[in-house]
Design a protein around this ligand. Sequence first.
Ligand code: GDP
Ligand code: MG
Length: 177
Amino acid sequence: VSEDEKTEDYLFKIVLVGDSAVGKSNLLARFARNEFYPNSKSTIGVEFQTQKLDINGKEVKAQIWDTAGQERFRAVTSAYYRGAVGALLVYDISRRQTFESIGRWLNELQTHCDMNVVTILVGNKSDLKDAREVSTSEAKDLAEAQGLFFMETSALDSSNVAAAFQTVVQEIYNILS
Ligand code: GDP
Ligand code: MG
């Protein structure tokens, strides 16, 4: 194998953050295993899951970290964030309170991660149309003001789940390659 053909190794650490029960663990379960847990408890969380993605014809590994429910106690440790180059900042479109927490999670990311950690704001549970408490345009405005990518997803019906992870990994790749 010549130098040119040698596959480079890309391994990006990505963290899931956001209030309890917004669907972080289910986004990861849907993305990595195509599974969904209708009544999941924090115990389904794995420490991290490694997922291969194809970016510009290159194999990129995303090491995606999930909490074990410690966000309930505002006790996500700096070890969780260490070395992260990407983040999915998740809220629940049907619970306004989880959207009000975005600022606090952004502070956490800025405190513990490298300044330019690639972040996507994710409005999960887009399937709960009748229960919506946060409009798409309001979230889009916040994302724009904070320089974040933005997408609404549903771990239940799969919509935009892969796209959200793909967006973050693609952008990290663009920056680092
Ligand atoms: P986490 O605490 O942020 O990890 O949230 P979980 O992934 O454990 O999900 C909390 C609850 O929301 C569970 O009962 C899930 O089944 C439910 N849930 C997660 N994602 C969705 C979604 O996209 N749509 C709906 N309707 N429910 C979801
Ligand atoms: Mg969880």
